[in-house]
Design a protein around this ligand. Structure first.
Ligand code: PEP
Length: 246
């Protein structure tokens, strides 16, 4: 099974800079077998649609609105994102949970909206430093997953990828050990099994994200139960990100 390598651009690069990024990045990953995805600002969709069409790279939004349409200035809806050619959307990134006070309920609403128009979802979950230090990681992940996946049918899980991203590991240079990630991924699968079935818990794709670099990615990609990586900062360097993909 091909591994996923997802690059989250966050609020970095202009569309023109992204165009130049692709000039250098695409030749480097020509024969790459990984399932590569870019999570992009909406301003980049036009460039992405024309430049990535002939490649195996898919692009996703970094967020969508929990509302369908109407007086929601500054927001972007599921159908808008779909119409631009996006493959899916990231939902529940911890930077949005923190800065925009994203709630578990709005995350659930966004997932339902995404699936309604056939957008794939990368659902980010993860514990804070405090939650980890008070040994609440499993409880927190359970709460996040129970609410996020509420009301979904089991067959919809094939359109969802879970990204385990400890909040304290994002952009900090700190990471859990491989054993800790393996245990947490096991917990995530058991929560999915409780909510759905063992079969679906075995099939769902789970990524690890948080301070992955060109020098440490090897240990994460080998972890039992991990189907790929979500990379933020390291994807700024085209060469490093291309090497991780390869
Ligand atoms: C992220 O933003 O999802 C992320 C994993 O960032 P970083 O790789 O910089 O920790």
């Amino acid at each position: 099974m091909k591994k996923f390598v997802v690059g989250n651009f966050k609020m970095n690069t202009t569309p023109s800079e992204f165009n130049v990024y692709l000039d250098e990045f695409l030749p480097r990953i020509k024969d790459c077998k990984a399932n590569i995805m870019f999570c992009l600002p909406a301003t980049h969709f036009c460039v992405a649609k024309s430049r990535l069409e002939a490649t195996n790279i898919k692009f996703l939004a970094q967020n969508i609105s929990s509302e369908e349409k109407g007086a929601f200035t500054g927001e972007i809806s599921n159908v808008m994102v779909k119409d631009c050619g996006a493959y899916g959307t990231l939902i529940g990134h911890s930077e949005l949970r923190k800065r925009l006070k994203e709630t578990p309920e709005s995350i659930n609403q966004k997932i339902i909206r995404a699936l309604a128009v056939n957008l794939k979802v990368i659902l980010c979950i993860g514990e804070t430093k405090y939650e980890r230090s008070t040994k609440k990681t499993k409880l927190v992940l359970k709460r996040q997953l129970d609410t996020a996946l509420k009301g979904l049918y089991e067959n919809e899980l094939k359109n969802i990828i879970i990204a385990y991203e400890p909040v304290w590991a994002i952009g900090t240079g700190k990471t859990p050990t491989a054993k800790e990630i393996e245990n947490t991924v096991c917990d995530i699968r058991s929560i999915i099994a409780e909510n759905f079935t063992v079969r679906s818990s075995e099939k769902i794709n789970i990524l690890y994200g948080g301070s992955i670099t060109e020098s440490n990615f090897g240990q994460f990609v080998k972890i039992k139960g991990i189907n790929g990586l979500l990379v933020g900062g390291a994807k700024k360097k085209k060469k490093s990100f291309a090497n991780i993909c390869k």
